[in-house]
Write a protein that binds this ligand. Structure first.
Ligand code: SF4
Ligand code: SF4
Length: 423
């Protein structure tokens, strides 16, 4: 079970410089975090390490360092992967610090007006499901009509700077509305709620449907409340803590459902935010894999064998924030014949990191290349990951290399082996 980590309440005014300075002051500069930092490992520049960033943050807050494009670039290059937190003996809350710092800095940043507009549109689209649905429909039509192929060949995307973000688009499927109650089949064993996520509803709909399919087959009814909304991760990590707080309140109300055993998620990136938000969710928040590992009813289902190696990619949100690394491995053990192995380099971020791959494409690509090499070396035919953002990034990298390797959520793979066709 994921407990609320005791992260200071977003409503507790974490933006006060004094609190940020106090947190930065807990760093004793021992440097134990430095070799764990993916950006430091690439640039070997102290300013791209956690210790260097904490030093700069404190200096900015105390007005000992002027804000410059160079300083901002070192701070922006941080993935918020939080590998440094795991290594820190002083338990510096780096994630809280950098999120608070970005919000503190935002009014001082001079962004081009086009970038400001884009941020506003992105923030607002994510918090309004109808707008997101409209955007999803347009993207689906773009792919389905064949326009995508024409546009890709035309060179237009490169000319307008959209080649890289467009390459991240997975093949979208026309999705059904999952909101409502999905009744269990067979012996009833209880009711759980399912968190859909915002973008994941468009890009990872098969996983969400697969999760409902498995739960229903094992005897669990699934309540998918209409009023749920985005987790607020993008807002929280990009200097808009106020919007993240509003979204946390909306989700808190939406999931106040009497009698549910747990709130399940199929996206560790969203869950990492939900788990630390205040107000906390009104029921335990669990990874779908974790819940399925504890679930009853497996004797009622049969899984087809799969004689493949399946490499598990561990998202940073699972490793460094939720501290829930083993669930995917355990769940995949249900597949007869499958050989489950960890992907080498799981301690390093893949570079997806929310919107990072769009904002910092060069570093994201460097980190992705390491993953592609690890996948090649693994000999795996399937990569399993519990975060759709990582999945999209890995798929884009594999596609660019012409590698026909599937990237799936563990629940999708389990559902497929149970005979579910849409997984
Ligand atoms: S969050 Fe990740 S990228 Fe940022 S300083 Fe820590 S280890 Fe480095
Ligand atoms: S490990 Fe912790 S205390 Fe040591 S330098 Fe890194 S953040 Fe500071």
């Amino acid at each position: 079970m994921i407990q609320n980590s005791g992260r200071p309440s977003l409503s507790g005014n974490p933006l006060q410089a004094a609190r940020l300075i106090e947190e930065a002051g807990r760093c004793v500069a021992c440097g134990l975090c430095v070799p764990h930092c993916p950006t430091y490992r690439k640039t070997l520049n102290e300013a791209d390490s956690p210790r260097g960033r904490i030093f700069m943050m404190a200096a900015l807050l105390e007005q000992r360092l002027p804000l410059s494009p160079e300083v901002l670039q070192h701070l922006d290059l941080c993935l918020t992967c939080r590998a440094c937190e795991n290594a820190c003996p002083s338990k510096v809350r780096y994630g809280w610090l950098v999120d608070g710092m970005r919000t503190w800095l935002e009014p001082q940043r001079q962004r081009p007006s086009s970038q400001q507009r884009l941020r506003r549109v992105a923030f607002e689209t994510l918090r309004h499901p109808q707008r997101l649905k409209g955007a999803g429909w347009l993207l689906w039509a773009y792919q389905k009509s064949g326009l995508q192929q024409l546009v890709r060949k035309s060179g237009l995307l490169a000319a307008i700077g959209l080649k890289q973000p467009e390459a991240l688009l997975p093949t979208l499927q026309k999705t059904r509305d999952l909101h409502g109650i999905h009744a269990a089949s067979g012996v009833p064993r209880g009711t759980v709620a399912l968190f859909l996520g915002c973008v994941a509803q468009l890009t990872d709909a098969p996983t969400l449907s697969a999760a409902i399919f498995i739960l229903n087959r094992l005897g669990y009814s699934v309540d998918v409340p209409h009023a749920q909304t985005c987790c607020g991760a993008l807002h929280q990590h990009n200097g808009a803590l106020d919007i993240a707080l509003a979204l946390a309140n909306e989700n808190q109300r939406a999931f106040s459902i009497p009698g549910i055993q747990a709130i399940l998620h199929a996206a560790s990136g969203c869950a990492a935010t939900l788990a630390e938000q205040a107000p906390p969710l009104p029921a335990p928040l669990l990874d779908i894999s974790t819940f399925l590992n504890q679930a009853q009813g497996w004797e009622q289902v049969k899984l087809a064998p799969l004689e493949h190696a399946i490499a598990v990619h561990e998202p940073c949100s699972s490793r460094n924030v939720l501290h829930d690394r083993s669930a995917a491995y355990q769940l995949l053990q249900h597949i007869p014949g499958a050989r489950i192995l960890p992907l080498a380099g799981n301690d390093q971020c893949c570079g997806a990191a929310g919107s990072y791959a769009l904002a910092q494409p060069e570093m994201a690509d460097l980190l992705l290349r390491d993953k592609i090499e690890a996948i090649k070396a693994s000999g795996a035919r399937i990569i399993a990951t519990s975060n759709p953002g990582c999945a999209m990034h890995l798929v884009a990298g594999l596609r660019a290399e012409g590698m026909a390797i599937e990237v799936l959520h563990p629940a999708s793979l389990i559902a497929r082996q149970m005979g579910y066709e849409n997984a």
